[in-house]
Design a protein. Structure first.
Length: 307
């Protein structure tokens, strides 16, 4: 009896060791590019060419100069990206939540048709809207519009300066509005699935108490939406922050270039500074990592459908 028990225990231990071994190998495989990039970012140019990419730098080859150089060149781009990515993320999540509430807790005509349009909007590729998008913004001419408003309100203290500063950032405003509008369909679909799981009896009780649809949304639905807001905020911010296509098309002023364009300029024309490029990649990815850390717990709840 003890012999069979011992053999069963050894079999379990062997299976456990095998599983852990496979997991360790998989973790090493997926983390290898990050480790390689991090090692490269701390190497001097000579150390990079004299060592293998994933090996730590020698004692005389360690430097933080690539990080300083990358931050100096990417700093304005990071600020520009934050100026349009944060408002666009919040607006698309908020409008998506409101639209989803209107299509799950209110009954009105053509609701199914409108929902079909939102679902179709999720699958529209960026490339298919580039021509009408550029045509639309050329007709709107945000910079001229804001400059005109600044002239009309020249008698109001501080207001002309604010509108003039906004006119200088017209490309970022166009980017923010574009991403906000483009993100509303996917946010609506995500919120709708979440709102379908809410307790109907709780909402019905609020209606019987005389609460209006707007009050039900503000007092009940919105507070319960925190997990799904975390999901949509992380998803939207990551997509908007990493976008390069719209930025290349809509931003013509180099001073308004977002971080993705600035990162693309780190590649040299004659000499490739791989250490600076790797440091720049980590700096550019840092805001998305911070968002995941801040909203990670709520993100897990939203994905699991918890309230």
């Amino acid at each position: 009896m003890s012999s069979s028990s011992s053999s069963w225990s050894e079999s379990v231990n062997l299976r456990r060791v095998s599983v852990y071994g496979v997991l360790v190998v998989m973790v090493m495989f997926y983390l290898a590019p990050l480790e390689t990039g991090l090692m490269t970012a701390f190497k001097t140019q000579n150390a990079f060419f004299s060592t293998t990419p994933f090996a730590p730098p020698p004692a005389d080859g360690v430097t933080v100069q690539p990080w300083a150089a990358a931050l100096d060149r990417l700093g304005p781009g990071v600020v520009n990206s934050l100026l349009f990515a944060v408002p666009a993320t919040m607006l698309s999540a908020l409008f998506g939540s409101m639209a989803a509430y209107g299509m799950t807790n209110l009954n009105w005509k053509y609701q199914v048709g409108v929902l079909s349009l939102f679902v179709a909007g999720v699958f529209i590729p960026y490339q298919s809207v580039l021509v009408p998008l550029t045509r639309f913004w050329s007709m709107v001419d945000v910079a001229s519009l804001l400059a005109s408003i600044a002239g009309l309100l020249s008698f109001v203290p501080l207001v002309p300066g604010l509108f003039s500063a906004a006119a200088d950032r017209a490309g970022l405003i166009e980017l923010g509005v574009t991403h906000a509008a483009y993100g509303i369909p996917i946010c609506t679909v995500l919120f709708r699935g979440y709102y379908l799981s809410l307790d109907d009896e709780m909402l019905e009780a609020a209606r019987l108490d005389g609460a209006s649809p707007a009050r039900i949304y503000r007092k009940i639905v919105l507070p319960l939406s925190k997990p799904m807001f975390a999901v949509t905020l992380i998803y939207q911010f990551t997509n908007i922050w990493n976008d390069l296509l719209f930025a290349l098309v809509l931003v013509s002023d180099p001073s308004n270039a977002p971080v993705t364009i600035a990162l693309n300029t780190l590649k040299g024309s004659m000499v490739q500074q791989y250490n600076v490029q790797m440091a720049g990649a980590f700096i550019a990815a840092l805001p998305t990592l911070v968002i995941y850390v801040l909203f990670g717990e709520q993100f897990a709840k939203g994905v699991a459908g918890e309230t």
